[in-house]
Design a protein around this ligand. Structure first.
Ligand SMILES: *Cc1c(COP(=O)(O)O)cnc(C)c1O
Length: 368
């Protein structure tokens, strides 16, 4: 611990996250984007993602260059048509960003705001949809990485489906960490990215979409590079060739990451590891006097927000002290309150969790 290389540290951040050496090694080869072996790699990934989401042939996967936000923007600027209206359920910075994207592209939308430490209430959504026939799509975040709250997508999707609207879910930081059965839940469109719980490196996002929904979106896109329909059409027509230059190294790393998810025992095993780490971190930090922002009933298994323990608490000092010991933590994202966050996704195991808690115990001791 004391003698570790100062240029290497483990990430307690929710993406990019700490990846395995073998995932990183998959990037040591340069690949040609229109080569058949490479295109097969793309197709393998697309098929595997469908399987992870429990989808059959009535769903399809689109890979999109860029970080997760590019995937969200691609969906929100490509799927709604000129007469459509999106309802956004807001309880954190990422659902707030959805509104920003819709406003920028001049897509008609409205929002229902919920407290950031509360999950969107399906009864409120149900009543809203009954009064607002103009709403065609409902969009929400699954795990709000802003706070670490795990929203109840199942109850919301149920009322959205009963009202026959299209359900869009940003499952960026939950897909791979929480089992998401899209058809059973009634999710039509799901967005996630390479550098979250599948444990790949940053460089592309992916969209799992009901075929009928994407087929109906031809010509709706407000941009060229983020045109979801066009991206999908080329991937299908050219059997795995991306429309524009694809991040070949990232794609290779992602395929390796998918194989390692399978070796770990699939989503169930990964979910159990994350949940165990999260529970232990939360309990251990509470025992040291750090109070979490989200109540235990809504806490997701990926990241936890803690209040500063006192007014004289300095995040930069804490950050530097922990980085010197090999771990990098995350600042808070709440505007009202001073907080910091600890993520526990990626290659973080029980021994890391115990080391992190020991480091925080040192921090607390040194402050006395
Ligand atoms: C990471 C994340 C995103 C995308 O963020 P990028 O910085 O663009 O990768 C979107 N939504 C949620 C919930 C996320 O956790």
């Amino acid at each position: 611990m004391l003698n570790h290389d100062p240029n290497t540290y483990k990430l307690l951040t929710p993406g990019p996250l700490t990846t395995s050496l073998t995932v990183r090694e998959a990037m040591l080869v340069d690949r040609c984007t229109w080569d058949d072996d490479y295109k097969r790699m793309t197709q393998e990934i697309r098929a595997e993602l469908l399987k992870l989401a429990h989808c059959g042939d009535d769903f399809t996967t689109v890979l999109m260059q860029g970080s997760g936000t590019f995937g969200v923007e691609s969906v929100l600027s490509s799927l709604p048509g000129a007469k459509d209206h999106v309802l956004v359920l807001v309880n954190g910075a990422y659902s707030e960003r959805m509104c920003q994207i819709l406003a920028r592209h001049k897509v008609a939308f409205s929002r229902i705001d919920f407290a950031w430490d509360e999950t969107p209430d399906a009864r409120v959504v149900e009543a809203h949809l009954a009064r607002h026939p103009e709403v065609t799509h409902v969009s929400m975040v699954h795990n709000e990485t802003t706070t670490g709250i795990l929203n109840d997508v199942a109850s919301v999707a149920k009322v959205v489906k009963a009202a026959e609207r299209i359900m869009i879910v940003d499952a960026m930081s939950s897909f791979g960490a929480v089992d998401v059965d899209m058809p059973a839940l009634g999710i039509d469109v799901l967005i996630s990215s390479a550098n979250k719980c599948i444990q790949g490196v940053p460089g592309f996002s992916f969209i799992i979409c009901r075929r009928s929904v994407i087929e109906a979106a031809e010509g709706n896109a407000r941009t060229v590079s983020l045109d979801l329909y066009d991206q999908w059409r080329v991937l299908e027509k050219d059997a795995g060739k991306w429309r524009f230059t694809s991040p070949t190294h990232v794609v290779a790393a992602f395929r390796q990451a998918l194989r390692e998810l399978d070796l770990e025992g699939g989503v169930a095993a990964r979910a159990a590891r994350y949940a165990r780490s999260n529970r232990r971190l939360r309990e251990g930090m509470e025992a040291l006097g750090f109070k979490p922002y989200v109540g235990p009933e809504h806490q997701g298994p990926i990241i936890t927000t803690f209040f500063y323990p006192s007014d004289d608490f300095r995040f930069p000092e804490l950050y530097a002290a922990l980085k010197a010991k090999g771990y990098v933590i995350y600042p808070g994202k709440l505007t009202q309150k001073e907080t910091f966050r600890l993520g526990n996704i990626g290659e973080i195991y029980d021994e890391d969790v115990e080391k992190i808690l020991a480091l925080f115990a040192d921090v607390v001791r040194n402050r006395r």
